[in-house]
Every structure is written in C-alpha cells, then in structure tokens.
Design a binder for this molecule. Structure first.
Ligand code: SF4
Ligand code: SF4
Length: 439
C-alpha cells in the first residue's frame, strides 16, 4: 500500500542521498579508545564545571563535569581509567573547550543494570533523571533537553513531535536506531509523555525509510499506544524543527519564536532513545550512534561510539580510505563542519563522519551573481540569500539583520542551487558572527 506523504511548504531541495552506503548495515560497537578526549563544552550553553584533575581514577559513567547553570549539561566519563590531563582543545564545530583526557584502564561496570520501574515516578523526578544523566538534543543542536521540557506556566503542550526525518544525505544513524531499538524509542516517548502530558504524539519519518515506519507502527500497535507515525515526502531540510512542524501540523513557528509558541515540543529519535536509557536504565549519555561513511571510505557503517573517541579511530575501523580523501566532515554534507584535524573526538552531537574523495570535494570556481533568484526559491525560511550576502559583503550588518539574517538556519539550500557557486552559507555564518560582535 502506498504511504500517504506530507511535506513542508516553500523552498527546500532534494539532493542525492547516498544513504544506500550504510542503511542496510546493522549498528556495531566501535572499539574502546585507548584514550578518550571528553570535552566539557559539548552542548549549547555554558561549559560544564570540571570535577576531576590529572591522576584521578575514573569509573565508567562517573560525573566529571557538572552543569554550570540552567543552560548547561552534565558530562560523564565514557570509559574507566585515569585522568591523564585537562587539555584546551577545539571541538569538531570549532568551539574552544577544556577536555578531560582519560586513559583507559580497568573494567567496565555496565552503567544501567536492567530496567527499573519508572511509571509511578512523578514527572519532576523523570525530568531530574534526564538532567542528571546529561541528556541533550542528539540531532546535532545539543540543546539541553530538560530546558526544552520545562514548559512555561499557562503554555500546555498540545503536540509532542518525534523527529525521525534524518534528511541530511549520507546519514543513517537514526534510521538504524529506529529499526534496531524500536521498543526503546517507544518507551522513551512514553516517558516524555508522562513529563509533558501532550494532547497528541506524532513521529515524523521520511518515506525513504519505509521499514522504519513499519517497525514503529507495529510496536505502537502491539502496545496499543496513542502515537501516530506520519510518513513525509523526502525533502531537505525537513529535519529542521520549524519545517517539520509545518509538514506535520501545518503551523508556522513565528520568527524568533520557539515551537512551544504554537504548543509543540520536538525531540529527535536519538534523544528519545537516550531518555529511555537515562530513566529506565539509569545510564548517563556516554555513547551515541554515528554513521561513518563517504565516497572515499573503504567500509562505511553505523557504530555505537563512546563519547571522546577520536574520529581517526573510526576511520581505521572502516578499513581506511578507498580513494585519496579530499575532505572529512563531522555531520552531514549540508550542515556539517569540515575537520582540520581527524583526531578531534566524537561528542554528544556527532551524528556522522563523512569522508569525501578529492574528486567530490574539489574547490569550485566562483563567478558573479547572475540574479537568477534560485537561492530565493530554495530558501525554506522565506529569505533572500542573495540580498543578505550583498549586505554582508558590504559590511552592512544592521541591514542584513533587518532583512532577516538571524532567521537563517544555515541549511545550505541556497548554496546548493547557486549556479555561480557563491559561498552563501559561509557568508551567512560570517554575517551572524560579525553582527553579534557589533551588538
Ligand atoms: S542557508 Fe540560510 S539563507 Fe540559505 S537557504 Fe538556508 S536558511 Fe535560507
Ligand atoms: S542563486 Fe546565486 S546567482 Fe542566482 S541570484 Fe542567488 S546568489 Fe545570485
């Protein structure tokens, strides 16, 4: 039977997805790194306060960084061992951070020894468990989850949306998670529903993952749960929460606003799975699923990876390069960050590592804007990228702000369609940085 599909309104693109490189490959455990580099700044908000020093003995799952204020998150040791040093470093997204370097020693005492009963716990106690275990948005935004779930007085949650879209090309980590951990995801949704008491729950999945749609529907039917799985037309950037809400409930989040302004809360499937582990297993966020893939990698795959594992270890696990690598990216090709150093560690927000061949990452020749308007048609947020870029080029940041620069989600659609190969997204990023510096 054909799946009924919906999608968001304006703009967007449909790049070749390359998901067949890994979408049939089951998740396997990545090797434990001899040394884990665990940044204290791997979430949106203030870095965690360091609780250990060089020489300290560390147990797996031990709290090593305490959330420093409301907009922060706890950080736990992903491996047992000894603290070698506290080091200054840059994360994959270019954020400066202190990192706790742990040398692997000793034994794993598995964090989370079987499910505990959570259904009779108060919503606040569930929220406290999520905060304690350092849960953040696993889709890449790394927004501390407890803050998202702390609703405003008088603003009830009408709809809880679970984001299983995974619209970035190449990435299949969420797809495999939905197939292999279906029951845990549904339990995670039940935990969140106890916290938020939403009137309805929707899971959005793109139609290029029909097996995930079927697996989720089957588990929901088995439990007689009140959850709807909605198959969406494959289109980028549907995983953006504003576009997802438009596709699923037909409503627009106001400029500068939050989903809660239209009665919605959105969480990624990976986040919901981490919530299941935090609450039902008492397990802190010390590992995640990462797609390691690309046109220059010998054996791509999906891996369960300890936080702090250097990217280079994962590339080795994939058999190394099959062609000369041109670019290594953390995340997907549309919104990811090019890595200058393959020794940077996997963090809570690392959904993928992508290795592009030299042929696929050749520098392109930029030519002048021809005023074709394709970037405007492609922008899902209703912006005029060509106009914004011109203001930024002329250092007229106030004008760019007035033209909606801060509404740009850096999705990359404009740059993808531009025939003049103008680096529009890089321009937006620079413009935002300069506008913030100028206050
Ligand atoms: S990167 Fe920004 S300006 Fe370009 S299409 Fe995306 S939201 Fe629009
Ligand atoms: S797509 Fe490129 S060439 Fe066309 S208007 Fe936009 S910036 Fe100019």
């Amino acid at each position: 039977m054909a799946l009924k599909t919906r999608t968001f309104g304006r703009g967007g693109v449909h790049p070749h997805d390359f998901k067949s490189l890994t979408n049939d490959i089951p998740i396997r455990n990545a090797p434990i790194p001899p040394e884990a580099v665990i940044p204290l700044n791997q979430h949106m908000g203030a870095p965690a306060e360091c609780l250990v020093e060089a020489g300290d003995e560390i147990r797996e799952g031990m709290l090593i960084g305490r959330a420093a204020g409301a907009f922060s998150a706890n950080v736990h040791a992903s491996i047992p061992g000894r603290v070698k040093e506290i080091r200054d470093m840059y994360t994959a997204s270019g954020m400066p951070s202190k990192a706790v370097v742990v040398e692997f020693e000793g034994e794993f005492e598995r964090s989370g020894n079987g499910e505990v009963e959570w259904r009779d716990r108060e919503p606040q106690a569930l929220l406290d468990a999520i905060r304690e275990q350092g849960i953040v948005g696993m889709g890449g935004a790394t927004f501390p989850t407890p803050i998202k779930f702390t609703t405003r007085e008088g603003s009830p949650v009408e709809t809880f949306v679970v984001n299983g879209v995974e619209c970035e090309p190449f990435l299949t980590a969420d797809h495999r998670l939905m197939l292999e951990k279906t029951a845990n995801i549904i339990t995670g949704i039940e935990i969140v529903s106890r916290i938020l008491s939403p009137a309805r729950v929707l899971i959005g999945v793109e139609e290029n993952k029909p097996d995930a749609v079927a697996a989720l529907r089957e588990e929901i039917r088995r439990r007689a749960a009140q959850i709807d799985v909605v198959a969406l037309r494959t289109r980028y950037p549907q995983g953006d929460e504003k576009q997802l809400l438009k596709a699923l409930i037909g409503r627009e989040v106001p400029s500068g606003g939050l989903p809660l302004d239209i009665g919605a809360v959105v969480s990624n499937v990976g986040t919901v799975h981490a919530i299941y582990e935090a609450v039902a297993l008492g397990k802190p966020l010390v590992e995640r699923i990462v797609t390691v893939t690309g046109t220059a990698l010998r054996s791509p795959g999906n891996f369960k990876v300890r936080i702090g594992t250097p990217v280079g270890n994962l590339l080795e696990e994939c058999g190394g390069f099959s062609a000369p690598p041109g670019k290594i990216v953390a995340g997907g090709p549309m919104m990811g960050f090019a890595l200058a150093d393959p020794e940077v560690p996997v963090v809570k927000g690392t959904s993928g590592i992508l290795v592009l061949s030299q042929k696929d990452s050749r520098a392109v020749v930029q030519t002048p804007c021809i005023g074709c308007g394709r970037c405007i048609a492609a922008c899902p947020f209703g912006l005029s990228p060509t106009t914004l870029y011109k203001w930024i080029e002329h250092r007229e940041y106030a004008e760019a702000m007035n033209a909606g620069l801060m509404d740009c989600k850096e999705c990359g659609c404009c740059g993808y369609v531009c025939p003049a190969r103008i680096p529009l997204v890089q321009g937006m990023k620079l413009g935002k940085l300069m506008a913030r510096r100028k206050g």
